[in-house]
Structures are given as C-alpha cells and as structure tokens.
Design a protein around this ligand. Structure first.
Ligand code: UDP
Ligand code: MG
Length: 135
C-alpha cells in the first residue's frame, strides 16, 4: 500500500544558485506539505552512505564529490501517493528528457547536477528520511 510520505533533497547547485525558494514553492504548489526541513552539508563519507546503492555505478565517485560540494536541503514531504506523484513533479533524471513544468526541467543543469532528489519507493522514502531526521 502506498504511504503518504516521500523524501527529497535540493542538491548543491540548486542551493548555490538561490533556488531553494523556487523549488520549495513548486513543491508546495504541487500539493505537498513540508513535514521536516533541514539545510545541511554532507561529508563525502555521508554522501557515499546515502548513495551506497549506486556504489558499483560509473558515476558514483563523481556523484559523491558533487553531493558533498556544498550544502543541500533535505525534506520529508506529505501528500496522497507521495512517492509516485513527486517523481512526476521532478521529472526525468536527465533534464534533457524532463517534461515541461517539472522541477528538473526548470532547474537541473545536467544529468548529475539535476537540482533535486526524489525517493523511488515507500521503503526508500522511509530509509532516506530517517537518514536525516531519525529521532
Ligand atoms: N546520476 C549521474 N549520472 C547518471 C545517472 C545518475 O550523475 O548517469 C546521478 C544523478 O544526480 C541522479 C543520481 O545519480 O539523480 C541518482 O541516480 P538515479 O538513477 O537514482 O536517478 P534519480 O532517482 O535521482 O532520478
Ligand atoms: Mg534514484
């Protein structure tokens, strides 16, 4: 059964370029409630842990370096059908393939610096949210 929460990060380039407000605005306009919110910097070790599932991928080392290159904004979001609806709102991983009106279409610079993260399943939404907000 789909839960009503997902997890997102605003990635370093988007933070650096002053798009926190623009992206959070699109998220709220998309019907999501911001449940938790935190601006934080990741060490390379912690970025590597977050993306451990991609450890064998050719882009892993660059991704870890990128994600620890400056502060990010982590958030837990709430909405019916949150995981799937948020993937729709952010658009394709590669902004060249992202639909008009999506966050990545508007703010992503490249397949790596693609502005935002969005969880891909309810299980990962829970794990990723706990990574930042476990109490
Ligand atoms: N990524 C990359 N090169 C690729 C594929 C992915 O740099 O060829 C980066 C990109 O920042 C992406 C992240 O790795 O958001 C995680 O990849 P995934 O396939 O999970 O994409 P997502 O779920 O973020 O759309
Ligand atoms: Mg993913």
């Amino acid at each position: 059964m789909a839960t009503n929460r997902t997890f997102t990060m605003i990635k370093p380039d988007a933070v650096k370029d002053n798009h926190i407000g623009g992206i959070l605005g699109m998220i709220e306009a998309g019907g999501f409630r911001i449940v938790e919110l935190q601006k934080v910097s990741l060490t390379p070790e912690r970025a590597g842990q977050f993306y451990a599932v991609h450890k064998e991928r050719p882009f892993y080392n660059d991704l870890v370096q990128y994600m620890s290159s400056g502060p990010i904004v982590a958030a837990i979001l709430e909405k019916d059908n949150a995981v799937a609806d948020f993937r729709t709102l952010i658009g394709a991983t590669n902004p060249a393939n992202a639909e008009e009106g999506t966050i990545r279409k508007k703010y992503a610079k490249s397949i790596e610096a693609n502005a935002v993260h969005g969880s891909d399943s309810d299980e990962n939404a829970q794990i990723e949210g706990d990574f930042y907000f476990s109490k």
